[in-house]
Write a protein of this length. Structure first.
Length: 450
């Protein structure tokens, strides 16, 4: 699709003007001194397709209207395959601060069925309004746009999400590893301290309960022996008293002797008291040693468990580190494998910036950046092949010729409308060169015009 003509009425500095485009021209130059309305013409033409004005305090619709007019009217014709197809009309009302739009099918004379602005937006490139504005966008916005043009925006979004998830897992693994290292150091130190305190005691677990039972039995037996000896002493005392009354208590003496003999026999069967008490001391020592051994064994088990956990978490961290690296490499391959629509132009997926011949795009000259932006707009391949370039004076005639050649090679329908202070393109009677005189627009080579 291509613009055939555009009429402007009451648009900013322009009272009334009409632009009829040469059907074969690529470059459309609007030039003239500063403050004569060049930008008004380009804004008016671009506003026909997609307005940037919004009804807000900083840029109300009313500001787009000439101070002498009540409204601004922009109308134009769009051709499709060389045949006039659509009539477009947009009106900005100053007083009501509103805008209206209509698109009519010239074949049927009826309005199109879909919403007019949605239809026009679907025809227009997002960079076409002014490729230089693309260069003013933040680097991340340029990156997103170029990734979309390159056809890898969704793949990069998925890759970014995968890298972020992998980095989150790596962060969690690092925290777990740090904690494991602290636990490993703590439990290992506790085990070493206990081991040194054990002073060579065998590091085998001991059944403390069994030793405790053995000690208790020995203590019970020792208590019985002591009680028996006390009883024997009591009996002998009674014997002495009984001897004084032997005549009266002989029978009792015999009984007591029998009891004493029985007790002596039990004492003899139990063994010497010194041996029993030695056994008690031995059991007590064994209990102390057993408790130290068991404490050492428990701490050694904890240290070994901490070490095992540290090893596992170290592996998890290394795996997460490898996963992050793999996802980043995958993202780089995604970028590298996708062909670039503009020779020498690529993106750095890590820094999310656009590069030109391996260097940041921002380092290129303004003219070169403008060429690249125009190439990007062409790569979008919108149905309506028109570009608008303000501040065209930044680009000299040689670069404009190169741009025209690339546009013509892409499609014979492409057209670049640009403004300049001095003439840059075409002969003096070029039908696609217009000069601003005050608030009037005249085609070069014509004696008069609107």
């Amino acid at each position: 699709m291509r613009l055939v003509s555009v009429s402007l009425e009451g648009v900013r500095k322009i009272r009334a003007a009409r632009v009829d485009f040469d059907p074969t021209g690529v470059l459309v130059e609007i030039h003239g001194p500063n403050e004569t309305g060049k930008s008004s013409v380009i804004d008016g033409i671009s506003q026909l397709i997609e307005p940037y004005a919004v009804n807000s305090p900083d840029r109300p619709f009313g500001d787009f209207v000439n101070y002498d007019a009540k409204r601004a009217v922009i109308s134009g014709v769009i051709s499709e395959r060389g045949v006039n197809k659509y009539d477009v009309k947009r009106i900005f009302n100053k007083e009501g601060k509103t805008t209206s739009l209509s698109v009519r099918d010239l074949e049927t004379g009826a309005p199109i069925t879909q919403p007019p602005q949605k239809f026009l937006s679907s025809l227009f490139s997002t960079v076409a309004r002014d490729p230089l504005l693309f260069l003013d966008k933040p680097a991340d916005k340029q990156f997103e746009y170029f990734a979309k043009i390159k056809g890898i925006d969704k793949a990069l979004a998925a890759s970014d999400a995968a890298v972020k998830a992998a980095e989150e897992r790596r962060k969690a693994a690092r925290q777990a590893l740090d904690l494991a290292e602290k636990m490993n150091a703590r439990d290992g130190g506790a085990y070493e301290t206990a081991r040194q305190a054990a002073n060579g005691i065998a590091e085998e677990p001991v059944d403390v309960q069994a030793v405790m039972v053995e000690k208790t039995e020995a203590e019970s037996l020792a208590s019985k022996i002591k009680t028996g000896r006390q009883k024997v002493e009591q009996i002998r005392n009674e014997i002495e008293r009984a001897n004084a009354l032997i005549a009266e208590t002989m029978t009792k003496v015999d009984q007591l002797e029998a009891q004493a003999a029985e007790t002596e026999a039990r004492i003899k069967a139990a063994g010497p008291l010194d041996a029993i008490e030695e056994k008690i001391r031995t059991c007590s020592s064994r209990i102390v040693n057993a408790q130290r051994i068991n404490e050492l064994s428990a701490k050694r088990t904890a240290a070994e468990q901490s070490k095992a956990e540290h090893t596992a978490k170290l592996k998890a961290f290394n795996d997460s580190e490898a996963a992050v690296k793999a996802e980043r490499e995958k993202r780089q391959r995604t970028v590298a494998d996708a062909p670039s629509p503009v020779p020498g132009l690529d993106i750095d997926a890590e820094t999310k910036t656009i590069t030109l011949d391996g260097q940041p795009l921002a380092n290129a000259s303004t003219a070169r950046q403008a060429e690249v932006s125009i190439d990007l707009a062409v790569a979008e391949n919108p149905p309506l092949k028109v570009l608008f370039l303000k501040q065209g004076s930044f680009i000299d005639g040689a670069h404009l010729a190169q741009i025209a050649k690339r546009l013509a090679a892409a499609s014979e329908e492409w057209m670049l409308i640009f403004e300049s202070v001095r003439r840059e393109a075409g002969p003096d009677d070029d039908p696609n060169t217009f000069t601003i005189y005050g608030a009037d627009l005249k085609r070069d080579g014509e004696c008069d015009g609107e």
